[in-house]
Design a protein around this ligand. Sequence first.
Ligand code: CA
Length: 229
Amino acid sequence: MMATDTTILIVEDEPAIVELVSFSLRAAGWNTFAVNTTAEAWEYLQRRTPQLILLDWMLPDQSGLRLLSKIRSDRQFNEIPVIMLTAKSMEEDKIAGLDHGADDYVTKPFSPRELTARIKALLRRKSPEHAQTALTAGPVVLDPVSCTVKIEDSKVDIGHAEYKLLKFFMAHPERVFSRSQLLDKVWGDHVVIEERTVDVHVLRLRKVLKNAESLIKTVRSVGYMLSEK
Ligand code: CA
């Protein structure tokens, strides 16, 4: 099975919560990475970009709120969805968290199921290709949890790059993307590859899709899009 490309950073200092949350999120199909302090979280962000951050309010070195402000004022990180985890349930604290740019808020004690549902809802809103819910286009169904693609109910063989490309297209149907946008969104900004590599992967993807290949449209002098029209 292919590894999922969605990582959630957990910033939390209570080991029991880290363990419970990590277990639940992995079961839901995401990768997790846990750190205990805001300093470690900041260090992690210099190396990797998670698709979502779960941020505890009370941390040993600094408050989670301070880290949240730092993330939101940094152009490189300000788009990352953040859910605050906290024991505080006071209304003014919630408002402070949202004021500092938290996207959502979960009060301890919470059920793992509730947390997973909140993460899914937030990712669906912010970056649907990471929400781990099945995507459908015509006869094609992509299941991000098992990393499988089915066409008319039969499983197809697909390479990792083609899978990621298809997932991105299916999460953003009826929208045209240039080659450089696809490189950026699908391969990420840490990878240097040429734009014509995109053409190669689109070609391979169409082969995999067989009769459904017409879903992937070439938009002349612009790029590509997935369209059922
Ligand atoms: Ca704490």
